[in-house]
Ligand binder design. Structure first.
Ligand code: 1HE
Length: 266
């Protein structure tokens, strides 16, 4: 992996990176600034998702300190021209596309403030675990700006355009329970338990056939955007490719021989 950018005033990396077996744990690491995303941090995320080692099977993304992420670092915003603003937003798009279309699934662990660009980062992940202390806001309207990190594409697909409009126009903040009901999180856990839940899910995901995981994260969102006839055709191709893989054949044989786990409610 390439060198991770650091804060200018500290040796601490902006994004901490740790391995736990096949799981890569990336942690936003500007706790004093509530993990507000400056250019260095978005660059660090970009670098981390560019050079994923081939033996990584799942990624967990979390935030250091009391909050997941306070969104865009507003201190870098005030001097930007319109043109620089477009380029800056496009930089976020390129980075968060690398998250959404990573070669392996990404599990985000959310706690405390998950705001603005922080919510846009969370929306690019494939699974979201929220602690009961998490809360979600899009204060762009109050700040006189607009989402720029892909939020207008990803968030309506998660929670609907109407809810997002409400959040942006009125500054409405969803608590963790409301976020879970709206579809922002997949799992809701007690404060302090998000990371262990996220890591447990990640290790479970690592146990799947890599090609199945890849098909889920790459094919599913694309098929969902296609007209039904084209979507069904692509589904057939992906299904045939996945079942032709030797791992699939071995796993199905194991089930038929009574060597594989049955489906059961956990
Ligand atoms: C920041 C930022 C930030 C904190 N940019 N510096 N995002 C927002 O509008 C959210 C703004 N932040 C907040 O509302 C609050 O900071 C929190 C609710 C997240 C946390 O509150 P709290 O009381 O725990 O912390 P704090 O005392 O407000 O902040 C601690 C420090 O972090 C303080 O700096 P300090 O030098 O005075 O210690 C804050 O200034 C700093 N800080 N948030 C810069 N966001 C791709 S486009 C996306 C567009 C957006 O994301 S818009 C939403 C921006």
């Amino acid at each position: 992996m390439t060198a991770t950018p650091t804060t200018p005033d500290a040796a601490e990396p902006l994004l901490r990176s740790e391995r736990d077996g096949a799981v890569l744990h990336l942690r936003l690491n500007r706790p004093l600034k509530r993990n507000a995303v400056n250019d260095g941090l978005i660059l660090a995320i970009d670098q981390a998702f560019t050079g994923i080692a081939s033996d990584v099977r799942c990624i967990v993304l979390s935030g250091e300190g009391q909050h997941f992420c306070a969104g865009l670092d507003l201190s870098e915003l005030s001097e930007r021209t319109v043109y620089e603003g477009v380029l800056h937003s496009r930089m976020w798009h390129a980075t968060l596309d690398k998250v959404q279309y990573a070669p392996v699934p990404v599990v985000a662990v959310l706690h405390g403030a998950t705001i603005g660009g922080g919510l846009e980062i969370a929306a690019a992940a494939h699974i979201r675990v929220a602690e009961r202390n998490a809360y979600y806001g899009l204060p762009e309207g109050q700040r006189g700006i607009f989402v720029g990190g892909g939020g207008s594409m990803r968030l309506p697909r998660l929670i609907g355009t109407s809810r997002m409009t409400d959040m942006m126009l009125t500054g409405r903040v969803f608590d963790a329970e409301e976020g879970q009901q709206a579809g922002l999180s997949n799992y809701l856990v007690e404060p302090g338990e998000g990371l262990s839940k996220g890591m447990a899910l990640a290790h479970k995901i690592c146990g799947n056939a890599p090609l199945s995981n890849f098909a889920v994260i790459q094919a599913l969102p694309r098929i969902a955007e296609l007209p039904p006839a084209e979507g069904l055709f692509v589904e057939s191709l992906v299904a045939a490719i996945a079942q032709g893989d030797p791992t699939a054949k071995e796993r199905i044989r194991a089930f038929l021989d009574g060597r594989a786990a049955k489906v059961a409610k956990q």
